[in-house]
Design a binder for this molecule. Structure first.
Ligand code: GDP
Ligand code: ZN
Length: 465
């Protein structure tokens, strides 16, 4: 493997202020940086021991005082020599410390790390397999406890182990088949004696179970994107509070927006639900200035990407002209849940009514009547089934690989099923489909991975990870 082990550095802790902040360095020849930056008062750094030191400039003046830890290769996160400098968690002091390290490391070619580069090196040095490396990013990004639990499972290798067990079972079967290929007269007996069909059926069943766990787990990762539309005072905020229950909604600004459009993430049964509140959603023509026009365009772009639109109305008042205009602009491909709120005032009973235009739900957000009908409808929309089994926080890439492996095993079964009286079972084709299934599964843990795929996966990490 063509591994670049030139030294890299980055601030590993999140931007902003905190109790401590960490500058991490990994690669070859980093001892010279330790000597230059850490004033150790005569005590050398002992591997994997925290030592209190002064972080100093070239002239000896002190930048900060903190802990230095030297992890010697291969006993480190990346598998290379790693130096961690834990200073105080302020953006300026950390930036000064990073700059000082880059200056001290200039002669050994120390440079800033790219996003995900530490974890990429950990993968290339066999510290983690690819599914585990992806789980690192997923754990950091998890927005619900259930998602974090599943990511942590994958990080510990549970998903990789399950996939590897499938690969091993397929390999064993393949070896049996290929041993027989050289003796054509024995092919027919082989299928019976080795119970190849029975073994294949068992593998297919296990693969289907993994796929189900992974597909459900993917829902924990992706969640559901909801656009919440409706006129002022129909009860949108009340609905969010009622849905979130005791959970504190996580509010994140949409990247790059100039106005205060926010996505709130709440959870229903541990599934993140990202709600884009389109308060009084206007049209571009109504914009008063350029800034607002851009904001409105972004809002409508978000509407296009939603999994479901919740359009909220006042059951006592009925739709307004603005409601009709907004409805006309909803993309037809996105399902709509029309919520008729305030049934305590209108006298309706809580109910769900699936109509061609939309699913109509009558509820009261303030009185918490009919809220479960809405929760169930949201879970139904994304295909959530409670399995009670532990879930793997799978990515789209994993699901595609599992599905493809499943398809190849199905073809294998067809080749094995040929009527042995009339034609030979196509054992060579049987073996070939097994090989393809095995390849697809191996791509999950990254045994054979192209640089392009690695680039795509690791570029989405944050810097310093
Ligand atoms: P928003 O502007 O759409 O976010 O609406 P709010 O959630 O702020 O609610 C507007 C007003 O309607 C508030 O006074 C709420 O207490 C009230 N409200 C919300 N839901 C209900 C409901 O189900 N029944 C009744 N009677 N009032 C409600
Ligand atoms: Zn509101």
């Amino acid at each position: 493997m063509n591994l670049d082990s030139s030294p890299i550095a980055a601030i590993a802790t999140a931007p902003g202020r905190g109790g401590i902040g960490v500058v991490r360095i990994s690669g070859k020849n980093i001892s010279s940086i330790i000597d230059a930056v850490c004033a150790m008062h005569g005590k050398p750094l002992q591997a994997r021991h925290a030592t209190l030191v002064d972080f100093v400039r070239a002239d000896g003046s002190v930048i900060d005082r903190g802990l230095a830890i030297h992890f010697k290769a291969p006993h480190s996160y990346t598998g290379e020599d790693v130096l961690e400098l834990q200073g105080h968690g302020g953006p300026v002091v950390l930036q000064m410390l990073l700059q000082r390290c880059l200056e001290a490391g200039a002669e050994i070619g120390l440079r800033l790390a790219e996003p995900g580069e530490f974890t990429r090196r950990a993968f290339l040095n066999d510290k983690l397999d690819l599914a585990q490396a992806e789980a690192v990013a997923d754990l950091i990004e998890a927005s619900t406890e259930a998602a974090a639990r599943s990511a942590s499972q994958s990080l510990s290798g549970a998903f990789s182990k399950t996939v590897q067990e499938l690969v091993d079972r397929i390999t064993n079967l393949r070896m049996l088949v290929e041993a027989t290929l050289d003796f054509p007269e024995e092919e027919i007996d082989f299928l019976e004696q080795s119970d190849a069909r029975g073994q294949l059926a068992g593998i297919r069943e296990a693969l289907t179970a993994v796929f189900t766990q992974a597909a459900q787990g993917a829902l924990l990762r992706e969640g559901l994107n909801i656009v919440l539309a409706g006129q002022p005072n129909v009860g949108k905020s009340s609905l969010l509070n009622a849905l979130a229950g005791n959970d504190v909604a996580i509010v994140t600004p949409i990247a790059g927006t100039t106005r205060d459009k926010v996505i709130e993430t709440i959870q229903v049964e541990g599934i993140p639900i990202n709600v884009i509140d389109t308060a009084g959603i206007r049209t571009v023509e109504e914009a008063v200035d350029e800034v607002e026009r851009i904001g409105i365009e972004r809002t409508w772009a978000a509407v296009q990407k939603a999994d479901v639109i919740i359009h909220m109305l006042d059951a006592a008042r009925g739709p307004t002209r603005e409601d009709e205009q907004i409805c006309a602009r909803f993309p037809e491909s996105i399902p709509v849940i029309r919520i008729w709120n305030k049934i305590d005032l209108s006298g309706h009973n809580p109910s769900v009514d699936r109509m061609p235009d939309a699913t109509h739900i009558y509820l009261s957000a303030a009185e918490l009547a009919g809220m479960d009908l809405l929760r169930q409808e949201l879970l139904r929309l994304i295909g959530w089934q409670q399995t009670g089994e532990s879930l793997y926080l799978a990515r789209e890439r994993h699901l595609i690989a599992l599905k493809s492996a499943h398809d190849h095993l199905e073809l294998a079964a067809q080749h094995a099923a040929h009527d042995s009286e009339a034609t030979h079972p196509a054992l060579d084709l049987f073996a070939e489909e097994l090989r393809l299934a095995q390849d697809r599964l191996s791509s999950i843990t990254g045994e054979f991975t192209s640089d392009d795929l690695l680039g795509v996966i690791f570029s989405r990490f944050c810097i310093g990870k």
